[in-house]
Design a binder for this molecule. Structure first.
Ligand SMILES: C[S@@+](CC[C@H](N)C(=O)[O-])C[C@H]1O[C@@H](n2cnc3c(N)ncnc32)[C@H](O)[C@@H]1O
Length: 218
């Protein structure tokens, strides 16, 4: 495995932000206890910044877990905004509701249980942001699904784009690695999107869906 970020840098970043919101701290503790993967505080802060600075009001999450990443989105969209959470696990819905209620953000969220890509086909309206964190094998299906859901110049944000460094090592290691590699390749050459992969935590891919008449910058 190639570490995406050197452990010393990870520690430095963690220490810089030691003051934490109590609900986030509780969620981080639960994630540690259950060995459940969450985006963590650095990516969370970036999700907040991207949402807020693009004035996004409608966010769809594919793979919400117990609502940690959703909490950053729900804070950022403001009182008139909405975040749709999806997850296959019903228990994650009750946990997410409990945490987001504690954070007084329950009015901004809607949690749907089921396969995110199937649920996505029944969703009405356009989203400003689609956040993808589902099983890595399914990543190659996401670019097309998201293109149907996003408004022009909406953002598709995908976590684990560097997958513990595996994407840069053995390309055939396992199905998950192949899924993430395929996703990155698709996005790199998809004319509908402009994409950058940030080597933050486990790699965060950020893509802008082009407006119908884009001025290319890449
Ligand atoms: C990495 S966790 C999500 C963590 C969350 N985004 C966060 O940072 O707080 C991935 C979640 O996606 C769910 N999941 C995986 N594949 C899915 C799919 N196809 N549809 C819906 N949920 C899925 C899993 O049950 C798991 O809870």
């Amino acid at each position: 495995m190639i570490p995406v970020v050197d452990q010393r840098i990870e520690r430095y970043l963690a220490e810089l932000h030691s003051e934490r919101d109590p609900v986030l701290t509780e969620m981080e503790r639960l994630a540690e206890e259950l060995a459940f993967p969450i985006v963590g505080p650095q990516v969370g802060a970036l999700l907040y910044i991207l949402t807020r600075s693009s004035r996004a009001k409608r966010v769809l999450e594919l793979g919400s877990g117990f609502g940690y990443s959703a909490l950053f989105f729900a804070n950022a969209v403001g009182p008139s905004g909405r975040v749709v959470l999806t997850d296959t696990d019903r228990e994650n819905r009750s946990r997410a509701h409990r945490f987001l209620t504690k954070a007084r953000l329950e009015d901004r969220i809607q949690f749907r249980v089921g396969d995110a890509l199937e649920l996505a086909t029944s969703l009405r309206g356009r989203f400003d942001i689609v956040f993808n964190d589902i099983d890595k094998e399914q990543y190659p299906l996401v670019p097309d699904a998201a293109a149907k859901l996003l408004r022009p110049e909406g953002l598709l944000i995908t976590d684990n784009a560097l997958w513990g460094g595996c994407v840069a090592e053995d390309p055939n290691a396992d199905e998950a690695t192949r899924g993430v590699r395929r996703y990155n390749e698709l996005m790199a050459r998809d004319p509908r999107y402009t994409t950058v992969i940030l080597p933050l935590r486990d790699g965060l891919s950020v893509s802008l869906l082009q407006s119908p008449n884009p001025k290319s910058v890449t």
